[in-house]
Design a protein around this ligand. Structure first.
Ligand code: SF4
Ligand code: SF4
Length: 307
């Protein structure tokens, strides 16, 4: 049987993906030029992996030779809980409150791919969630999931920007979505709210200044120029998405229990006294493990010591 858009939409929605879109495989010429410019300016900071596999990012046929389409999926992770703003606590970015989204979504992608293979044994696919040499946000835009906001995250008119993106490259052809308009308009709330001026121009984030990068991927000390600007963020930062009118209007609670808040705030003293074993047990299935204990302790010290 031939796999249709309706098959994919039906199965993906059953698995909890709110957004499903389809785009035709093409070379990402303009997008790679933009990426190269961003890299030349050093805006990737120490994320050297962004420099690698440019050929695969440019042409997904270098990943799956028979690729015809990209199926883009979005999964809402929003829970409306508030921070309690305790003096001695650090805030965790919303996406990391619950179970690691890689674990949750990989499992669902595997299931979806095997269900599609059951419909058509010729179905070939390669899927990604956040990791891997694929321009995930670009394909999400091409598949009509939303537009790239001035803070660089993808915004959907249906659910705002609190969602994870997954992409499946496949050899199947579909009816393709049209690209969504950019509805940022004259708004610059995210640019104005960013405490470290990391959004250096609309749609361009300098990772060297972004609290998300500084608290997670960064392996070095955090420079003193950022003292007093972290607003107690210990893992990631949500400020630019928190102020976005699209989130204020359209966010609704995730249907995925795995994303329920477990680690919304971390007690700074507990972090500073943590050993590797406690860290491993506490964050084994949490995205927070990416920062490693050393990074988390550095972040706790950085926000505790004000001068
Ligand atoms: S995540 Fe925080 S630091 Fe990074 S661009 Fe957004 S507001 Fe600025
Ligand atoms: S805050 Fe305004 S400018 Fe920034 S992403 Fe949202 S709508 Fe766009």
């Amino acid at each position: 049987m031939i796999i249709t858009n309706e098959h994919v939409i039906h199965l993906a929605k059953e698995l909890g993906f709110e957004l499903v879109g389809f785009s035709k495989v093409e070379l990402l010429k303009d997008e790679i030029e933009k990426l190269k410019l961003w890299l030349q300016k050093g805006f990737n900071a120490k994320m050297d992996y962004m420099n690698k596999n440019i050929d695969k990012r440019f042409d997904v046929k270098n990943i799956l030779p028979n690729a015809k389409s990209v199926i883009s999926l979005g999964m809402n992770y929003y829970f409306p809980d508030e921070y309690k703003k305790k003096e001695n606590s650090g805030k965790v970015s919303r996406y990391a409150w619950g179970k690691d989204y890689h674990l949750v979504i990989w499992e669902k992608l595997e299931l979806l791919e095997s269900q599609l293979k059951n419909i058509d044994a010729q179905f070939e696919s390669k899927s990604y969630v956040d990791t891997g040499p694929i321009m995930d946000k670009i394909w999400a835009v091409k598949s009509g999931l939303g537009w790239q906001g001035k803070h660089s995250n993808i915004i959907s008119r249906k659910i705002g920007s609190w969602f994870f993106i997954a992409n499946i490259i496949t050899n199947v052809e579909f009816n393709y979505n049209t690209i969504e308009n950019d509805f940022c308009g004259t708004c610059i709330k995210c640019i104005e709210a960013c405490p470290t001026n990391a959004i250096v121009e609309p749609y361009v984030v300098d990772s060297n200044k972004c609290i998300s990068y500084l608290t997670i991927e960064n392996k070095e000390n955090i420079e003193n120029q950022f003292k007093g600007k972290f607003d107690n963020w210990i893992f990631g930062c949500d400020i630019c998405q928190d102020v976005c009118p699209w989130n204020n209007k359209f966010s609704f609670q995730s249907q995925i229990d795995d994303f329920k808040p477990i680690n919304k705030e971390l007690i700074l003293d507990e972090v500073l006294n943590m050993n590797e074993e406690i860290f491993k047990n506490k964050f084994e299935t949490s995205p927070i493990k990416r920062a490693k204990l050393k990074g988390l302790k550095r972040n706790a010290e950085f926000i505790l010591i004000k001068e």
